[in-house]
Structure formats: C-alpha cells, structure tokens
Design a protein around this ligand. Structure first.
Ligand code: PLP
Length: 280
C-alpha cells in the first residue's frame, strides 16, 4: 500500500511520524473520509469546505488545499484501485519538541497523511437494515469539528460491536444527537426528523445530500432534536454516512421496529440516493 505523508508518496512500511507529532500526543488534528462513485470523489468540495472549517476552528495554519485532489487521484493509481475508493485524509498541527500543550511558538509544518483503499460496500446492511444501541453522548461540546480525538466514539463503537450492533446512537441530556460515525434520522407521519446543525453534531455530507433530496422530492423534514423517550412514537429510522449511505435501522436496543423491516420512506430515499450516485 502506498500512502502520502507530508509531501511524499511512500510504501506504508516506510512511512514514519515523529512521536512528538501533536496528532500522536494530543489528537491535535482533524480528518475527512471521502468516497468515490464512478471513480470520482463524491461531493469533494463539501468535504474540502468541512476540512477547511475544522482546521480554522482548531487554528491549524494549512492552506495548500489545491494539491490535495491530485494527490488523492495519484494514490488511487499507485494503489491500483479497481472499483470504488475510500479516502482517509488527516492533518495534524505537526511535530515539535519539547511537548507542551499550547501551540508551539515557532512555525511548524502540519503533518498531512492521506491513504486510499478499496471501498467495501455494505449491501446487506442497506437492504436488510441494522441494529443500533443507545449510548450516553460523552463527547466534547464541539462535535461540529471533525477532530481526530475520538476516544468516546471508540468506546461507544466497541460497545455496539460487543452487542452485535452496527452503530451506537448517542444521547445527550435525553436528546438523540447522532451516531458515532453517522447522522441519525427518524420518520413520523411521512416527515423526516434529524438533529439540527449545531456544535452537538457533525454536519454529515450525506445528511446534507438527504435533505437536498427531500427538498427536491417534496418530503417534509424538520431539523429538531428527538427525545430518547419519544423514539417509540416514530415509524422509521435510518443512519447516514459516506460509507453507510442510507442504512435502515431495524432495531434499537431490544426494540424491533416494524417487525424488523426497513421503512418505506427510508427505502424510497435510499433508491433516489442510489440513482443520484449512479449518475454522478
Ligand atoms: N457524524 C459523525 C460523528 C461522523 O463521524 C460522521 C462521519 O464520519 C458522520 C456523522 C457522517 O458524515 P458523512 O456523511 O460526511 O460521512
């Protein structure tokens, strides 16, 4: 596997970062996951804008955005990606000695790491639906930043894995925020509900596309928090992300929804989404 690390294409075995990299020491960095459809990066500008925003919010001075797209396509060639690709891009504040919490006084170069791999499509999950569990949202209060500091997500995700669930849906002060790596949607009386854009969720690119599709196809939606105790009053649920696209949720903890069948609105949105990306 060939990766890109701070200016160089390298076989992964030859790629090294300093133990003083602030990404390693403090998770002082941000990232993006992007996928291709028809070998083209999907909604690349949206991902780039989100990356720029994340960097700005944590005050990392990185401006060399123009070269990133070419590097990604170059990596696809070097890694002989035959089908669709999943791209991981991470930028940290860089490496400096000695370790100090505040930003280094001297100018340091951010560390840029990009990898691409063959994307595994989750077809079964998308047709049959998945189980999710509810977990307390113990993340920080800037979930709008795509930070590499993901320990609460790691622990919640592991709990989901141990309970044979595909995702943990997070609940803060009784309100459903989002999944560990997905946005969460519920449907009631043919209206979609999802948590509003705020510091409590990441504004997913797939979430954005779903809301655009709702506007196009005149499906009502509300950006509102749902109380965890009201979940049972909803008819359907689904989660969205770059890799999970639109995945129906068929059980939440021990509650099997709609006899374990994906919801109607969910599946019709999934099919218009599929059409959109097919033609991308
Ligand atoms: N919410 C969180 C916390 C995430 O980490 C992600 C993706 O990694 C998403 C939502 C979905 O975002 P996207 O649709 O851009 O993949």
């Amino acid at each position: 596997m060939t990766i890109f690390l701070s200016g160089k294409f390298l076989p992964v075995e030859k790629a090294h970062i300093s133990p003083f990299d602030r990404g390693f020491l403090f998770a002082d960095g941000v990232y993006e996951s992007i996928r291709t459809y028809n070998k083209k990066l999907f909604r690349y500008i949206d991902h780039l804008d989100r990356l720029k925003r994340s960097l700005k919010e944590i005050r990392i001075d990185f401006y060399d955005f123009n070269s990133l797209e070419n590097i990604i396509y170059e990596l696809m060639i070097k890694n002989e990606i035959e089908n669709e690709a999943l791209v991981y891009l991470q930028i940290t504040r860089g490496s400096v000695f000695p370790r100090t919490h505040s930003f280094p006084k001297e100018k340091i170069s951010p560390t840029v790491f990009i990898s691409v791999q063959e994307l595994k499509e989750s077809i079964e999950e998308q047709t049959k639906g998945v189980k999710v569990i509810l977990q307390e949202d113990v993340r920080w209060l800037r979930c709008d930043i795509k930070s590499t500091s993901l320990l609460p997500v790691v622990l919640a995700s592991q709990k989901a894995t141990e309970e044979n669930a595909a995702e943990a849906i997070l609940v803060r002060d009784g309100m459903v925020t989002e999944g560990t790596h997905t946005n969460f949607f519920a449907v009631k009386n043919e209206t979609l509900y999802t948590a509003p854009k705020s510091h409590l969720i990441l504004e997913g690119i797939t979430r954005k596309v779903v809301l655009e599709l709702c506007e196009k196809f005149k499906i009502d939606f509300r950006e509102e928090f749902i109380n965890k105790d009201d979940l049972k009053s909803f008819d359907e649920f689904f989660i969205t992300s770059t890799t999970k696209e639109i995945t129906p949720v068929t059980s939440i903890d021990y509650w099997t929804i709609n006899e374990g069948n994906p919801g109607k609105i969910t599946m019709s949105l999934q099919s218009v989404f599929k059409k959109l990306v097919e033609d991308y």
